[in-house]
Design a protein around this ligand. Sequence first.
Ligand SMILES: Cc1ncc(COP(=O)(O)O)c(C=O)c1O
Length: 452
Amino acid sequence: MEKPKFERPLINRINAGVPDKFGMKTNVQPISEIDDNTVNNLLSKFGSPLYILSENKIRNTFQDALSAFKTRYPKVQFAWSYKTNYLNAVCNVFHQEGSWAEVVSGFEYDKAIANGVPGNKIIFNGPDKSTDDLEKAIQNGSLIHMDHFDELYEIIRITGEQKLTAKVAIRINMDTGIYPKWDRFGFNLENGEAWSAINKIMAAELLELNGLHTHIGTYIMTPGAYGVAAGKLADFAVRIERKFNHTIKYIDMGGGFASKNTLKGAYLPGSDTCPSFDDYAEAITDALVNSDIQPDKMPTLFLETGRALIDDAGYLLGTVLANKRLADGRRSLVIDIGINMLFTSFWYEHSIVPAQDHQQDTEDTTIYGPLCMNIDVIRSAVQFPLLEKNDQVVIPRIGAYNMTQWLQFITYRPKVVMIDNENNPHIIRENEDFESMNLHDRMPEHLSKIGM
Ligand SMILES: Cc1ncc(COP(=O)(O)O)c(C=O)c1O
C-alpha cells in the first residue's frame, strides 16, 4: 500500500457558516455518475470543465409542474423562458413537451422561429423591442406584451402604417406584498397606469387585447404573493369585461418559482425550504377559480417559469488543479471551473461535491476557480474532503441562467452535453477555440504588423 501523504497538523478557527442543532454537517456524498454515465468517462470524452444536462430530468420536472397546474385548472399553457437557457436542444425539449416560447429580444425571437415555433405561439416580452422586431411579431401574429407607453404608441403607429392587427397584452406590476416591489417593468396597477394603457388599447383600431401579464419577481418563496397577483389580475379582467364587454383570453403569471438552490445567507438549504409546484399552483388557481370571472369566460393560464424547470437538470463537472495552503494555513483548492462559468454563484451558495469516493476527513476550505482574478471564488468557506490534483468535482443544480449569462473570459467556454432519455450523451454546444474566438476580431491595416 502506498504510504499516505503527510499533512501538517493545523488548528484552525472554523468559519464555514453557523452550526445548526445537529452540529457541522461534514458528510459529503459524491456524485460519480449522471444518468448512468460516469463523471470520469464524461470528462475523459468531452474534456474538463464540462456542462451536462439531463434530458430525462428536464422532461420529468416539466411534467411535475404541468400536472400540478392541470389537475387544478383545465386551461394551462407553459411558455419556455428562453433567457433561462436558450441552447436550441434545451428549447426543443420544452417545445416537444408542449411549451410555447417566451422571448425578450429580437435574437431570442429569431431563435424561437428557427427552432420551428409558430409565430402565434411566441410571447414577446421585455422593454427592448426594436421597430423591426415589432413589425416581425405583428406580421407573425405573436403575442406582444407591452412594457411601456412608448412601445404602445409605436405599435399603434406600425399597425396603422401596415394596416395589420397586433395581438397585444400588457405587463402589469403591482403590490403583492413582495418588497422591494418590481415596478420597473410594465404598467403599474395601483397608480392607474395599467388602466390607462387598457383604455388606450381599446380605443386603438388595430390593437386586439388578448391578455394580462405579470412577473412579480424571481425566486419567490411566498406562494401567497402569486395568489394576490392572480386575484388582482382577475379583478382587472372583470373590470375590462364590464366597461368594454371584452373578454380577456389569458392571464400570464410569468415565472419566478424558486429552484431548490440555496440563496447566499440562507439559514436552511433551498431543497428544504422552497415551495413545491403544488404550493404555487394552489395559490394561483385558487385565486382564479374564486374570482368574479364568469365560469364560461375563464382565461387560459400562461406560465413562464424558468429556473424551477431546469436548474436541477444541469451539472458542471470539473477537475482539481491544485491544493494550496493560504498564508494563515487555511486550506484552499483550485478547480478549473471559474465564476464566469457559474454566474449564479453571485447569489447562490452552490453545493459542490467530489466525483469519486474520498476520505471522510473534511476541512474548512476555500474553493477557487482558475481565473487569474481575486474575485474568482466558487465557495469562500465549505467543509470539504481533502481532494488531490486531478480529482474530479461536480456542481449540481446549475441548469438555469449559467448557459446564457456565462462570460467568455481568459479562456474558452467548454462544451455542453445533453444526456438523452436512453442515457446517450450528445454534444449540444461545442467548446470555443482559438478560431471561433477570433472570428469577430477585425484588424485595422495600420495595426496588422507589429515590427517585432
Ligand atoms: C418576463 C419573465 N418571465 C419569466 C422569467 C423567468 O423567471 P424565473 O427563471 O425566475 O422563473 C423571467 C425572468 O426574469 C421574466 O423576466
